[in-house]
Write a protein that binds this ligand. Structure first.
Ligand code: ADP
Ligand code: MG
Length: 255
C-alpha cells in the first residue's frame, strides 16, 4: 500500500506559507484562493501570462494591497494584519518593477540611506556613517557589481546597474525573504547573466521570490516554479515539470 501523500499542511517550518489568499477588485478576483509555500533558502520563480495576478501576490505579501481573505504567514507570523513597514521590519524586502533609487545621489549614498536605522532620512546622512556601515555598504556594492562605482551618481548608471543598485538597497537591510518583480526586464544578455549570478550570491541565508518572463533566466535560477493563471496556481514544480505540463504550454509557454 502506498503511504498517504505528505501534504504541505503537515509542515509548519516553511519560511512563507500562503493559504487561501484572495483579493477582489470590484468583484474581480485578481488572486483567488491561492496557496503556495516557500522554504528557507529557496529561489522560487513565479511565471504566468500578463494579468495572472503575479504582481498583486507580491503586493499582498508586502502589505501594499489589503487581502480580501486568506492567510500569509512568514516565520509563523501572520502578515495580513500588519502594516507595510512592520512587514519590512520582520525581514521581507520587495523590489518593484521600476527602480526607486535617488538619481541625484551617489551609489554609496543610495545604499547608505537604505541602511536600517531609527533615524529619519534627514538625520541619517549626518549620523549613520560609522566604519561598520561603510564596511557593509562596500560589501553589498561588491555583491551587486558596483564596488568601483560607489561615488558615481545613480543617474549615470546603466538600466541594469540601476536595477542592481535597488537590489543592493534591499540587501543592506538583510531581509530573510526578498521579492523581485521582473528584475531582468530591459536588461542586456550580459546583464541578465550577471543578475542570475547575483541571485545565486544572495541566496545564502535568504529566500527569494522572483517574478520573471525570461525562460532562460528562470531555468538558470529557479529551484521551483509556480505558474499562476487567473489568480490561481496552474502548475508547480521543477522547471522541467512545469515546462512539460500541457496546461502550462496552452496558457503560457505556447505563446
Ligand atoms: P501580472 O503581474 O500577473 O501581470 P497583476 O497582478 O498586475 O498581473 O494584475 C492582475 C489583475 O488584477 C489584472 O487584471 C489587473 O488589471 C488587476 N488589478 C491589479 N491591481 C488592481 C487594482 N489596484 N485595482 C483593480 N484591478 C487591479
Ligand atoms: Mg506584473
Amino acid at each position: 500500500m502506498t503511504p498517504p501523500l505528505k501534504t504541505p499542511h503537515h509542515r509548519t517550518d516553511f519560511l512563507l506559507a500562503v493559504e487561501g489568499l484572495t483579493v477582489s477588485f470590484d468583484g474581480f478576483r485578481a488572486v483567488d484562493d491561492l496557496s503556495f509555500y516557500v522554504d528557507k533558502d529557496e529561489i522560487r520563480v513565479i511565471i504566468g501570462p500578463n494579468g495572472a495576478g503575479k504582481t498583486t501576490v507580491l503586493d499582498l505579501i508586502c502589505g501594499r494591497t489589503k487581502a480580501t481573505g486568506g492567510s500569509v504567514r512568514f516565520k509563523e507570523r501572520e502578515l495580513l494584519s500588519m502594516r507595510e513597514d512592520q512587514i519590512v521590519h520582520l525581514g521581507v524586502g520587495r523590489k518593484f518593477q521600476n527602480p526607486s533609487i535617488y538619481e541625484d545621489l551617489s551609489v554609496f549614498e543610495n545604499l547608505e540611506l537604505s541602511y536600517p536605522t531609527g533615524y529619519t532620512v534627514f538625520g541619517a546622512l549626518a549620523f549613520k556613517r560609522s566604519s561598520e556601515v561603510v564596511a557593509r555598504i562596500e560589501d553589498v556594492a561588491e555583491t551587486i557589481f558596483l564596488k568601483d562605482l560607489l561615488s558615481t551618481r545613480a543617474a549615470a548608471l546603466s538600466h541594469g546597474q540601476k536595477q542592481w543598485l535597488e537590489i543592493g538597497m534591499l540587501l543592506i537591510q538583510d531581509p530573510e525573504l526578498l521579492m523581485l518583480d521582473e528584475p531582468v526586464a530591459g536588461m542586456s544578455v550580459a546583464e541578465r547573466k550577471q543578475t542570475a549570478e547575483l541571485l545565486h550570491r544572495i541566496i545564502e541565508n535568504r529566500s527569494v521570490i522572483v517574478i520573471e518572463h525570461d525562460m532562460n533566466f528562470v531555468e538558470d535560477i529557479a529551484h521551483k516554479v509556480t505558474v499562476l493563471h487567473q489568480g490561481k496556481v496552474l502548475s508547480e514544480g521543477s522547471m522541467a515539470t512545469v515546462q512539460s505540463d500541457p496546461r502550462v504550454v496552452e496558457v503560457y509557454l505556447g505563446h
